[in-house]
Write a protein that binds this ligand. Sequence first.
Ligand code: AMP
Length: 487
Amino acid sequence: MAVIGIDFGSTNTCAAVFYEGRVRMIEMSAGGATSMPSVVCVVGENVVVGQEAVDQGRQYPDYDFRNFKRNLGVHLNRDEDMAFQVCEGPGGMLAYRGPAGFTYSPIELASFILGRVIDTANEFLRDEDTVTGAVLGVPATFEPHQIEALKEAARLAGLTNVTTIEEPVAAALATGAEKRKKTWRPFIVDFGGGTLDTSILSIGDGRASVFAKNGIGDLGGVDFDKRIADYVVNLWMTEHGKDLRQRDAAMSRIMVEAEQVKKRLSDREKTTFRLDTIDRTTDGVSLHMIYEIDRKIFNELTRDLLERMLDACKATLADAKMKDPNFSLRDIHDVLLVGGMTRVPIIREQVAAFFGKAARKDENPEQIVAQGCAIKAAIIEGRLPDFDVSDITSYDIAIETRDNIPAIIIPRGTSFPLTKQVQIRNADETQTELSVRLLYATRSRAQDCVVLQAEDIPIDPGPAETVKAKLVVTINEDGEPTFSRAA
Ligand code: AMP
């Protein structure tokens, strides 16, 4: 009956378990790798995942699905999303086009990845335990419907006990948050393969919550890889007069080597971008692609991406200032770096310069979220008492007003379970019912928010603002808000 921690990332997934008094990463392959690519490839009737999917994907690029985390629970937007592989699934949801007319929802694709994680964890635990539950990390910028979709994927993968934790909170837990006596406010930069999340946490009194957050959903390691790829493709164009962008097979090899170059530049000042036989002359002679790239070139190529990263940090501070006008950079006690991209030296340097202090150095920034999820799992199982991270609301809860504005009745960060009385009134004398819609106030217009519950309460008409109805809004132990009419 083990509950494990899972960091299902846009590009990589890893998992950890609290076992014999400490957190252990679960090995994802016989070679001892602690992460696997979040990639699914459908080959005929077979679904393969992880590294095998990456390998098969070279042969079946149409059915090689990546980066679907951001599309969990998302409706298809015909103007924006009609990209390669994407189609309309049941109920207007975004789905992916598979072979033989089949479609796959992002939830199904995620469940294939999670299913593999569960199998691997069961092998890791051998006969000592079986995985029945998981704590899943979710980006602080995820909306309720995306969280629900991820939980559904976990249930589809066979888990019964599924909880989520915001990724920065998990990161803080993995770095010893539960041991802190005084209030601790770390700034967390989580830079992965597909997304950047920046947040400030508030930790103390046995509680951890996200105090301020920001992020860029479409800025990640892959954008840095693309800059290197563009650079070498342009050099090739100048040298040979041929545009390799027209050739998918060459481009996919270039992207793989670009990522390797980026990683090598984390350990050394310069490296060689090298791909043999990327093209041939008209006489059939092999042409190799060989270019020297150093950190200076890389930093120059990615300058605007680095600026966007700092803009997200600034926006997070602005969010903190809105909550507490006295908040300043000095109130940040530590800077934590999470995600593979924080291994890039220029990223570490720029973050340190921005905050005026060096970030804490963790050996494996890719593993921190999974480790924190495993600690949360241990808390849930009662193996780490005295610390609670699950009892505050992540979203403002509101009631829709007649002019389409979500009026906040329970602000984000409120402890639950709780009940609260709210009074609503009629807007004009013709009304025979009061339409009540309870929302997560994730947008400025009520019509764009997530509706939690909607009901029409019959009333006897009367002059505007005189007919009242009392409601009781409840958030239960699981954090689910509902309302009923007060007696
Ligand atoms: P994550 O989602 O945390 O696994 O991060 C994946 C991203 O980190 C990918 O874009 C990787 O290319 C990048 N990454 C991993 N290791 C390194 C490294 N040593 N240097 C630079 N980038 C890295």
